[in-house]
Design a protein around this ligand. Structure first.
Ligand SMILES: [Zn+2]
Length: 466
């Protein structure tokens, strides 16, 4: 009896001292790679190691905590970014296409970003796609349909978060059917929101005491997104650039919460475009490196969590054609995304509608290595010739998907290149595979073992003492 009492006392002391000394995560970074499965991370790491020979790249894969998370939605095993985003932001599963509401859309779910804001911390929401897209929206909006972009944007203006950065808005002037809509910019001005497309201007707005700043990249890619990393020029803004700026804006003694979405990993994976996926993951990793620089200055008060909302494409390392061989190096011949390739081919067609098949091959050699550095077999040439006949002789119109518009030539070229590199795709949509979780910093031990996506925001809040 006496020993049991002693044990109880000792346990109580241990627990009390644990609580007292466990440092709280005052600064939280939440990185969400949209569509980033284990294979996407592995492929980018293989590329960094064997093609770039850069041992410092993909540093998040060396975080002390590595785990997996399930992603299923309330009403479907293979989830979407709206349901998964809501799970990752609120800790509750919801139905497909729903953002920030319960599965039956009758009740509101609140994100941890709001919790951080209410606790007196500053909040920044960043993405490489548009700010009204599903993942960022899950941190401030409540809508029954993820496509209600104007509604979502209006709700952004009620969040009072400190900083937003993205490629812009999809429907800033209202939906097509609503001609009387007041623009998001007008509505925002009334609420004290400041809009800018200049990172330098962000500094002066902060200096002038601006409350909520909404930054949109000045040279957005289609659908108000940042340029694909593989297409990005020196002057285009990167995810790392906006992450660095966000830290400058929200760093303060009370702490902050920064969510960064690598949104176009998913888009490139929907396009089954492996080289573009690799460059998107590498760009995402460089944004994480910016957070790591901050972590190194405040290691006891910072938590960085990296995860994904779902896997996209059913990406595999190895394919049927190559059996056990893998040739990731071939992907470095690709110098433009499939989306950009499509655009350039359309221009080529306009300038030279009578271009010969050989002219096309020369062009492809330059952009993808096909026919020059990478040998084409008879079947490859037949596929490309068919695509050429369709594109240049108008046999069939272009194919348009939600994520990009691709002509048959860019589609077939990337398909051949991926197949030669031994990268396999089982889907043009999402899959139900678990996604990776990486954590470093205060509270990192909360992110093991196998998690469900709803555990992640709850654990982040716990680590922050909220
Ligand atoms: Zn997707």
């Amino acid at each position: 009896m006496r020993s049991r009492t002693l044990l109880t006392i000792l346990l109580a002391i241990a627990m009390a001292s644990c609580g007292k000394h466990e440092p709280k995560a005052k600064y939280v970074f939440y990185f969400i790679g949209d569509g980033m499965g284990v294979s996407h991370v592995t492929l980018a790491k293989l590329y960094a190691d064997s093609v770039l020979h850069d041992s410092t790249a993909m540093s998040f894969t060396r975080f002390p905590v590595t785990s997996l998370s399930t992603t299923y939605a309330h009403n479907r095993y293979v989830t979407c970014s709206a349901a998964a985003g809501t799970a990752l932001s609120t800790g509750t599963k919801t139905s497909i296409n729903t953002i920030g509401l319960t599965y039956d859309r009758t009740d509101t779910l609140y994100s941890i970003a709001k919790k951080f804001k209410e606790a007196g911390k500053k909040v920044a929401i960043l993405t490489s796609v548009s700010i009204d897209h599903a993942t960022p929206a899950a941190f401030y909006a409540h809508v029954g349909s993820r496509g209600s972009y104007y509604d979502i944007a209006k709700q952004l203006l009620k969040s009072n978060y400190d900083f937003f950065a993205s490629g812009g808005f999809l429907e800033p002037y209202g939906t097509k059917t609503d001609s009387n809509a007041v623009s998001v910019y007008e509505l925002g001005k009334v609420r004290g929101y400041q809009f800018t497309s200049s990172l330098t201007e962000v500094d002066s707005l902060v200096a002038a005491g601006a409350k909520s700043i909404v930054y949109s990249a000045p040279n957005p890619a289609p659908s108000s997104t940042l340029q694909y990393e593989i297409d990005r020029s020196e002057s285009d803004v990167s995810l790392a650039d906006i992450t660095r700026k966000a830290i400058e804006v929200v760093d303060n003694p009370n702490g902050f919460f920064i969510m960064v979405e690598g949104g176009k990993i998913d888009w490139a994976a929907h396009d089954n475009d492996a080289a573009t996926v690799i460059h998107e993951v590498l760009a995402f990793a460089r944004a994480i490196d910016v957070a790591l620089e901050f972590y190194r200055k405040h290691p006891h008060e910072t938590l960085i969590v990296v995860t994904a909302d779902h896997e996209t494409g059913g990406l595999s390392i190895g394919n049927r054609e190559n059996k056990y061989d893998f040739h990731v190096k071939l992907l470095h011949y690709q110098t433009a995304s499939k989306e950009r390739l499509h655009k350039v081919i359309a221009e080529l067609r306009e300038q030279n509608p009578k271009a010969k098949f050989d002219d096309l091959l020369k062009f492809l050699a330059d952009k993808t290595g096909l026919s020059k550095d990478i040998e084409l077999n008879e079947n490859n040439i037949k596929m490309l010739k068919d695509a050429y006949n369709v594109a240049f002789k108008g046999l069939k119109s272009n194919e348009k998907t939600t994520y990009s518009e691709t002509d048959p030539i860019s589609k077939v070229s990337i398909q051949i290149l991926n197949s030669k590199a031994a990268v396999g795709w089982t889907s043009g949509s999402h899959t139900g595979q678990p996604v990776p979780v990486f954590a470093i910093g205060s509270g990192q031990q909360l992110f093991v073992p196998l998690l469900d996506n709803t555990d992640i925001p709850k654990n982040i809040a716990r680590a922050a003492g909220l």
